[in-house]
Design a protein around this ligand. Structure first.
Ligand SMILES: CC(=O)SCCNC(=O)CCNC(=O)[C@H](O)C(C)(C)COP(=O)(O)OP(=O)(O)OC[C@H]1O[C@@H](n2cnc3c(N)ncnc32)[C@H](O)[C@@H]1OP(=O)(O)O
Ligand SMILES: N[C@@H](CCO)C(=O)O
Length: 386
């Protein structure tokens, strides 16, 4: 990494807020800041009382030159790496990526992973309370990926980080990483984009639309105001249907055929009301998501992904991508049918100085960027340099 020069004239950040990272904090502990001002939104209006949750690993260098931002995908969260912890019964979603001697070596890097604005794992979203104490529910505003990135910019300001040595993101995280590099080229020194597009296209919006319909047609949706209905009274059927559909788009056809063939689930008989194995597999993923994710957040984040269009208001995609100054690597998954490789090829071709497109080899489809941690680690190491 080239040493960072502090941009002249930037005001000193305010002292850390309650909940914000302090020297000596243990790694991987979820923290948060509340933004002092309402967040202006791209669609008009503003969001008051924004809280941004995040985790950190390593120590921020005195000159602030070693900060790395990791941005999660749709149902991910701030727990990128490390063992299960209270409130997070699974290991991190890129477990093994962060730590001494690892790709994001904490002897070298200070890694920050926020929970996306609109999410449900600590940052403000529809399940959170408004400043007046009521739940946001249906009153939660429409967000774009630019709004979400703007909240992350304010979080960075609060942490005293005015330039990221590297921004890494996959899928929805990649959309925000790209927004960082286009909106704030001077704050993004290196960029790793994984399995994401320059803009959400018609087919991606179509898949999302079916998922949104599934949730909104659940009788427990109540227009988005279900959060105080009591345990088990949310739109779980709708969210489960949405996840089943989404999960098929996240995986590869060859993988599903190889894993499940036409086999029946255990002793169940699909001709007599029983399930095929693949149906049971989807049921499992639906149930797992319903246990850990808020349907209102799923709707807000899905609509935000649909809003993603890096060229909007910037003279089109090519002109927007020309703004990027970061040293860039773009990678896609060879079997990804949701965000096919052609979309990452376009990014690699249009971002100035981006190296040739890299391919993550995986039969697992889009989820390959989450599963092939070793290949992601190799890309991180390559981009970071010695
Ligand atoms: C508490 C938390 O927040 S943790 C999660 C944080 N968020 C994320 O990780 C978001 C992104 N993660 C994901 O989208 C997914 O979990 C992925 C991509 C990591 C999953 O990828 P893979 O490791 O390939 O898992 P795969 O799709 O094979 O599913 C394995 C699961 O299916 C189950 N399964 C496999 N076959 C069947 C079947 N026939 N019937 C029922 N279940 C089945 C397995 O038992 C296993 O269950 P488990 O996950 O509860 O242990
Ligand atoms: N499996 C991923 C896919 C979205 O990129 C998730 O749930 O976040």
């Amino acid at each position: 990494m080239t040493p960072r020069t502090k941009p002249a004239g930037r005001p000193a950040p305010p002292p850390p807020a309650r909940g914000a990272w302090q020297e000596g904090d243990p790694p991987g502990r979820r923290q948060w800041v509340r933004l002092a001002e309402p967040l202006p939104l791209e669609s008009g209006g503003e969001l008051p009382g924004v809280r941004m949750a995040y985790e950190t690993w390593g120590r921020l260098a005195p000159d602030g030159s070693n900060a790395v931002l990791v941005l999660h995908a749709l149902t991910g969260d701030s727990h990128v790496s490390g063992p299960a912890q209270p409130g997070h019964p699974s290991p991190g979603w890129w477990d093994g990526l962060i730590g001494p001697g690892r790709a994001l070596d904490t002897d070298r890097w200070f890694v920050v992973a926020p929970n996306v604005l609109g999410g449900c794992q600590g940052s403000t979203g529809p399940a959170a309370r408004r400043p007046d104490g009521r739940r946001w529910g249906s009153a939660f505003p429409f967000l774009t990926t630019r709004d979400q990135t703007a909240a992350e910019v304010l979080l960075a300001d609060r942490l005293g980080i005015d330039r990221w040595a590297m921004v890494v993101g996959g899928s929805m995280g990649g959309m925000r990483a790209l927004e960082w590099a286009v909106t704030h080229p001077e704050r993004t020194e290196a960029l790793l984009l994984l399995a994401c597009p320059a803009a959400s296209g018609a087919e991606q919006i179509a898949w999302s639309s079916i998922q949104l319909h599934a949730i909104r047609s659940d009788r427990n949706w109540h227009g988005g105001d279900y959060h105080d209905a009591g345990p088990g009274r949310g739109p779980h059927l709708g969210l489960g249907l949405a996840r089943r559909l989404a999960h098929v788009t996240y995986r590869g056809p060859a993988e599903l055929d190889a894993r499940f063939e036409r086999a029946a689930q255990g002793t169940e008989d699909p001709w007599r009301g029983g399930r095929y194995q693949v149906e049971s597999y989807l049921d499992h993923h639906a149930a797992k998501l319903v246990r850990r994710f808020d349907a209102g957040s799923y709707v807000v984040l899905t609509e935000a992904m649909n809003s993603h269009d890096i060229g909007r208001g910037r003279g089109g995609t090519a002109a927007a991508l020309r703004r990027v100054r970061a040293r860039t690597l773009v990678a896609g998954v060879e079997s990804d049918r949701l965000y096919p490789l052609a979309e990452q090829r376009l990014l690699a071709a249009r971002i100035p100085g981006a190296d040739r497109l890299r391919t993550i080899e995986s039969p697992n489809g889009h989820d390959g960027f989450l599963i092939e941690t070793e290949q992601v680690a190799a890309l991180v190491r390559e981009l970071a340099g010695p």
